[in-house]
Design a protein around this ligand. Structure first.
Ligand code: SF4
Ligand code: FE2
Length: 621
């Protein structure tokens, strides 16, 4: 096995990896070692399993599949389906929020309600729904119908394209890249990549971009906006992060997955006096809910709930031996968590019929019965406290402070009601530009080494950093999410962030909340009367691993945002597809991907790009 020091930059992770090895528990790192080396054809993207005349593997020696498909076609089809898997994930999450809104509108639930009426009305106005003189429920019903329709086939474009600068929309229309309906683009990609359909790699790639745009400006954006409507618009607040947020004297419940629909209810139930008293009867001092991954981000942004860790911390959190229950919804949940829970007293509870885990306790979580089910789940966790073995508990550190809650609404409020001060700070060069660092961990990369390094390098150059998803915990643990982190930033960010009392790295939410970053870019572009691709901005996913991350990267690029990846997707087997991704897209959509494993170089690339864009806008470099 690889030495523990090479696997992660964090002491809490190292301590738990040592404990895992001592207790004979396998982790993701051990399984990666056993899977390495990987299949070269699959790495290059040149394997096709789309029909039973194959499967085929193409190479220089054997350049065509049985049907005649070459490497370009096979790689583009594989990448198209990969992106589509990601778009489907985020967008189906968005749909689940519409269904909760439906349950509210139909009066089927009292457990959820419309918390942010102003936001509901604002959104309705943006998508052309009449709000004046109408009740909240009337407006909500129309919003619900409008968003359900965004998933279908009858619209010419998804509703939130109303936010996109016209020049960008014209560009998309010219390329046949306008996202029409979320499910439509996803289904069409499956059709196109069936044997004998779209056999022109660039054409397939265009549709991949369209599908990704349907996610970014459709499903994901709906997910974010309705989560704000139902659970509240995030506002800045302090919280804590790392494994130290797990408390030895409390019943610990970890929520993991992506959707706040379940985790918000678990949090509410954990505060019920009856359950807290039962926890005390069993010798605990209370019930502690902490987050993992994105549902953790959702609770952190809105409720200030502490964050136990990101993707590669999920197994390790259980290994503290102090987790009574891990409650999951969907996405990014390693099935190994069931196995590791089984090594302790930890109850593994799944809550979605579309994401069941063999060996889990299953709840079919529904809006109608949410609170009742959440109470039952919390009760299972509380009772498990009695089975905890104190001799196996090891919580390796004290938590670190972080600041969270930066929705666009909160940022605009902090700026005094409009984006103008931000535009002025950009014009003055105090904020030279902005980069969103998003996504995951990947066990092939030393955990969080790139996520943290890139953020540090960028803020030094007065480039504001926005983080979402698993990069949040990375930045937080590195001390970058507190106002004091301006010490590590350049003079411009020191000035601007210092005067506002905010960190130079802003926590912008979960992975679906990358839609907030899209919205911010669109708003800035509209304010400056330019295209998004004219802005001094970028995006990066240094340690990405998932299909969703690929969809995010592609909607960022297709929206005109220059996007960095720490390692390439499995496309290198096609020169056509690779060239398109890293250069050809520039001519089409005004941005490309760039692949760079060295974060100092990646930061320099962003710096260069931002200089060019600033110059073109007539600003100092
Ligand atoms: Fe092989 Fe073509 Fe079938 Fe793919 S679609 S498995 S390349 S024959
Ligand atoms: Fe996520």
């Amino acid at each position: 096995p690889r030495p523990i020091d090479e696997l992660t930059i964090w002491d809490d992770a190292k301590a738990m990896l040592r404990k895992a090895r001592a207790e004979g528990i396998q982790t993701v790192h051990d399984r990666l070692d056993r899977q390495t080396p990987h299949c070269k054809f699959c790495e290059l993207g040149t394997t096709c399993r789309n029909c039973t005349m194959g499967p085929c593997r193409v190479s220089e020696k054997n350049p065509l599949g049985v049907c005649g498909a070459d490497a370009d076609v096979i790689v583009a089809r594989n990448f198209g389906r990969f992106v589509t898997g990601g778009a489907a994930g985020h967008s189906d999450h968005g749909r689940d929020l519409i269904e909760v809104l439906e349950a509210i509108v139909e009066g089927e639930t009292k457990d959820y309600r419309i918390v942010a009426e102003d936001k509901l009305r604002a959104i309705a106005g943006e998508v052309g729904i009449q709000t004046e003189g109408r009740s909240t429920m009337e407006v909500a019903r129309d919003v619900m119908d409008c968003f359900f329709a965004d998933f279908g086939s009858r619209k010419k474009e998804v509703s939130f394209l109303a936010r996109v600068p016209q020049v960008r929309k014209d560009k998309w229309a010219g390329l046949k890249m306008t996202p029409r309906g979320v499910d439509r683009e996803i289904a069409e990609m499956m059709h196109r990549t069936h044997m004998g359909c779209d056999n022109d790699a660039p054409n397939t790639m265009i549709h991949a971009a369209r599908t990704a745009l349907a996610d970014g400006w459709g499903g994901s954006m709906i997910g974010t906006e309705l989560s704000d409507v139902i659970f509240g618009v995030p506002t800045p607040k302090m919280s804590t992060a790392n494994l130290g947020v797990i408390k030895a004297d409390k019943v610990n419940i970890l929520v993991h997955g992506h959707n706040p629909v379940v985790s918000e209810m678990i949090l509410a139930a954990s505060r019920e006096p009856e359950l807290v008293n039962r926890a005390k009867e069993l010798g605990a001092t209370g019930i502690n809910v902490a987050g993992l991954c994105c549902t953790g981000n959702e609770l952190l942004m809105r409720q200030g709930i502490p964050m136990a860790g990101n993707h590669l911390m999920t197994e390790l959190a259980i290994i503290t031996g102090a987790v009574e229950a891990i409650v999951v919804d969907y996405q990014c949940i390693m099935p190994s968590l069931v196995q590791i829970s089984g090594c302790y007293h930890t109850k593994f509870i799944d809550t979605a019929n579309k994401a069941r885990f063999t060996g889990a306790i299953h709840f079919d979580f529904q809006p109608r019965t949410a609170m009742k089910q959440a109470r039952e789940i919390v009760s299972i966790a509380v009772e498990a406290f009695a089975q905890r073995d104190p001799g196996r508990v090891d919580i390796p550190c004290e938590p670190i402070e972080i600041m969270t809650g930066f929705s666009n609404e909160a940022v605009i409020a902090a700026l005094g009601g409009s984006l103008d001060p931000m535009v002025q700070a950009i014009a003055a060069g105090d904020i030279r530009g902005a980069v969103g660092i998003v996504g995951c961990n990947n066990p092939k990369i030393k955990q969080d080494s790139m996520n943290v390094k890139l953020a540090e390098e960028l803020i030094k150059k007065d480039i504001l950093v926005l983080v979402t998803g698993c990069v949040t915990t990375a930045a937080g643990k590195a001390g970058l999410l507190v106002p004091g982190a301006i010490e590590k930033a350049g003079p411009g960010l020191q000035k601007v962030c210092g005067s506002l009392g905010i960190p130079p790295v802003l926590h912008y939410g979960s992975c679906v909340d990358n839609a907030r970053i899209l919205q911010l870019c669109a708003a800035l572009a509209n304010a400056l009367k330019v295209d998004i691709s004219d802005l001094p901005v970028g995006a990066s996913s240094p340690e990405w691993y998932s299909e969703k991350a690929a969809a995010i990267g592609l909607y960022a690029v297709a929206s005109g945002i220059y996007t960095h990846l720490g390692h390439p997707p499995n496309i290198l087997g096609s020169k056509t597809v690779t060239d398109l991704a890293v250069s050809g897209l520039e001519d089409l959509v005004g941005a490309t991907f760039f692949i760079e494993p060295d974060m100092v170089k990646a930061a320099d690339m962003f710096d260069q790009r931002i200089r060019t864009k600033r110059k073109a806008l007539g600003l100092s470099e």
